[in-house]
Design a protein around this ligand. Structure first.
Ligand code: F6P
Length: 322
């Protein structure tokens, strides 16, 4: 029988649709195995300041389909300090917690390793809309966000067509172009600008003019927030082509909403696997999605090398936008 009897979990960093489904899976799988599960509110901030609640079947009822995180989340500066890290581990020890599950991004996993360095096992579940975590093909929330962007762009397309305009749609992703690339392909954008690739203004203009000559009366350019300023780019395009441009920053709408079925299933599988891994008394693991399998991997893979950019999809997107 496993020595793990009491576990805690928290959500950390930017929220992502599907986090609630992951919380539910951890709690129910834990209870199924006779483990006591504690939720920590507001991420590492709540951990450092002792904001624990005991979870039961009822606590996680009716959350599977809800966006956001019922445990709330935070970006904790205190957790970056040795003092904060010491207090975080002390809070867990004080409550006899055997292990901690962290649902979040790579920054949150770094915090986790400072806790495991103090002797408390940790497992990470990758959840961020950015899908920028190395070692896993997908993170919880990414699929929902792509669908949100596609829905928004199809609305923008209606007005773009009616007014014969070029729209620049800025999407999130921090320093990673995965949201822009995937959503750009999914909505058939004319150009997709990502931080991983150099911006070629001549090519963007060539595509716009070529479309215009064919009688195309609208264009959509997807701009990753980390690539460039959509405002400046829009102004430059207007000056150089004479086309009427508009900019839409989608912003935090991309983080909200009910998770897609894919994200709920992914979150449920990852939550379940995280509990199994802890029951096997392993630590410093991340639950990854690799070739459609849910597998544990060393946590440090998440923040070692950068996640490789999908060049093949990027090139295809350019070929399809002729
Ligand atoms: O990491 C998720 C994310 O939504 C990024 O895409 C974005 O750059 C950032 O978080 C925004 O953070 P905040 O909500 O703190 O403004």
């Amino acid at each position: 029988m496993s020595k793990v009897r009491r576990i805690a979990l928290l959500t950390s960093g930017g929220d992502a649709p599907g986090m609630n489904a992951a919380i539910r899976a951890v709690v129910r799988k834990g209870i199924y195995h006779g483990i006591q599960v504690f939720g920590i509110q507001k991420g590492y901030e709540g951990l450092i300041h002792g904001e624990f609640i005991e979870m039961n079947l009822g606590t996680v009822a009716d959350i599977i389909h809800r966006g956001g995180t019922m445990l709330m989340t935070a970006r904790s500066e205190e957790m970056k300090t040795p003092e904060g890290q010491k207090n975080a581990a002390a809070q867990l020890r004080y409550r006899n917690i055997d292990a901690l599950i962290i649902i979040g991004g790579d920054g949150s996993f770094r915090g986790a390793q400072t806790i495991s360095a103090q002797g408390i096992p940790v497992v990470g579940i990758p959840a961020t809309i950015d899908n920028d975590i190395a070692g896993t093909d997908m993170t919880i929330g990414f699929d929902t966000t792509i669908n949100t962007v596609v829905e928004a762009v199809s609305k923008i397309r209606d007005t773009a067509t009616s007014h014969d305009r070029t729209f620049l749609v800025e999407v999130m992703g921090r320093n990673c172009g995965n949201i822009a690339l995937q959503a750009g392909v999914a909505c058939g954008a004319e150009s997709i600008l990502v931080p991983e690739m150099k911006i070629d203004m001549d090519e963007i203009i060539m595509k716009l003019e070529r479309g215009n000559q064919r009688g195309k009366n609208h264009s959509i350019i997807i701009v990753a927030e980390g690539a460039t300023s959509a405002w400046e780019l829009g102004e430059e395009l207007r000056k150089r082509t004479g086309f009427e441009t508009r900019v839409t920053i989608l912003g935090h709408i991309q983080r909200g909403g009910s998770p897609s079925a894919f994200d709920v299933v992914l979150a449920s599988q990852m939550g379940g696997k995280a509990v199994e891994v802890l029951l096997e008394e392993k630590s410093d693991q991340m639950i990854a999605y690799v070739n459609q399998n849910i597998v544990p991997k060393p946590l440090e893979e998440a923040y070692g090398d950068l996640k490789p950019f999908n060049m093949e999809l990027y090139e295809l997107a350019n070929q399809l936008a002729i």
